[in-house]
Design a protein around this ligand. Structure first.
Ligand code: GLA
Length: 364
């Protein structure tokens, strides 16, 4: 019973997964294409409505209170959920007071989109608490809007769309121009080995926005709306500063690799898919310069193991994790080998997560 003698509102929960980007690095904000997967680690939001306007957010030892009628960013973790509440309200959905507790299995700062999982799990919970009807694509878009406008990170749609549209044992193919999503089966013979370099990844750093601007500059020089419209051959022929050309070459190459990899997936060719992943990492090193010595060490060690088809950094870069495509039979042994050798080489204690592709948000 509540203090006013009424029965408490019923409790609901929503689980949203993290994601791993398999190919298509920094293509999302260039109207490009991406292959990703939701993973079986994520964030669960459990909560109930309140009769007043108070919002109470709990995560581990941290508790914060806000008022649903007056929401402003505070530059802390609560901006992700409160941003979602704010964009829901701006979109015309009546969201009042509620309390929520978050529990998660997703490491933060590893580039596995714990931020998107926090947003999407909140969105999924709000849908249930307030009986809202929101199509899945709009849910992903609203979460991205929260991150862009309330948190202040200029990310594309990849993270939120993967967390919404993920499907068990499937890869998510996202076309960021048409904003369409299809899922393609991941062959049973392979699993995804994620290894966190344990060296921080922080997207709020200026590098992400700087790369973004360089991509827009390259598209502008070429008279294109976006790098999606540019081919490698056009890029070679155009006059532009070397650094801008290399940034663009990464994105244009990634888009080409995604289309090639999509065909590989449909044909069950994991060997060629893996080769494309490793080519992506080389381009990160040479062109986009968003890798780190630790990520390079992890990719190098992983690719030397039998049963590994390819590996690359995953997500924004500048730290975080790698993902390798590995034969299921070899995945546990590879995980142990990579962590041991990584520590010998760099002194860092990496963490390996062998996983399969998982389902997206549980929202209805
Ligand atoms: C981060 C961003 C995504 C995407 C990737 C790079 O994860 O949040 O929108 O740009 O980096 O592909």
């Amino acid at each position: 019973m509540t203090t006013n003698g009424q029965a408490p509102h019923p409790s609901f929960y929503s689980f949203a997964p993290g994601r791993v980007e398999l190919l298509g690095n920094h293509t999302d904000y260039n109207a490009g294409v991406v292959l990703s997967a939701a993973i079986d680690m994520g964030i669960t939001a459990t909560g109930r409505r309140r009769d007043d306007e108070a919002i109470i957010l709990i995560s581990g030892q941290s508790q914060a209170t806000a008022n649903a009628g007056r929401l402003d960013p505070r530059s802390q973790w609560t901006d992700y959920p409160l941003g979602v509440v704010k964009v829901f309200q701006e979109a015309g959905f009546a969201v009042g007071g509620f309390e929520v507790e978050y529990a998660g299995t997703l490491p933060s700062g590893a580039g596995l989109s714990s931020s998107a999982a926090l947003e999407v799990s909140t969105a999924g919970l709000l849908v249930r608490l307030f009986g809202l009807k929101i199509p899945p694509l709009d849910l992903a878009r609203l979460c991205r809007k929260a991150e862009n406008e309330f948190v202040g990170v200029n990310c594309g749609l990849l993270d939120q769309a993967s967390s919404v549209f993920g499907r068990k044992d499937h890869v998510v193919f996202l076309d960021c121009r048409s904003e369409t999503v299809t899922t393609i089966p991941l062959p049973d013979s392979v699993g995804l080995l994620i290894v966190d370099s344990a060296v921080k990844h922080a997207l709020t750093g200026g590098e992400y926005n700087e790369r973004r601007e360089q991509c827009f500059t390259a598209a502008g020089i070429l008279g294109a709306d976006a790098l999606r419209d540019v081919t490698s051959a056009e890029l070679v022929a155009a006059a532009m500063p070397d650094q801008v050309r290399r940034r663009a070459a990464h994105v244009v190459g990634e888009i080409e690799r995604v289309f090639a990899a999509e065909k590989c997936l449909r044909a069950g060719d994991v060997v060629e898919f893996g080769r494309l992943m490793s080519a992506s990492h080389r381009s990160s090193i040479e062109n986009f310069e968003n890798s780190t010595p630790e990520l390079d060490a992890l990719v190098d060690i992983a690719c030397r193991q039998p049963g590994v088809h390819g590996a690359r950094l995953t997500g924004g870069g500048f730290g975080g994790a790698i993902v390798a495509l590995v034969d299921v039979a070899a995945i546990e042994r590879t995980a142990a080998e990579v962590v041991t050798e990584y520590q010998e080489r760099t002194g860092h204690l990496g963490v390996a997560y062998p996983c399969r592709a998982g389902d997206g948000v549980l929202a209805d």
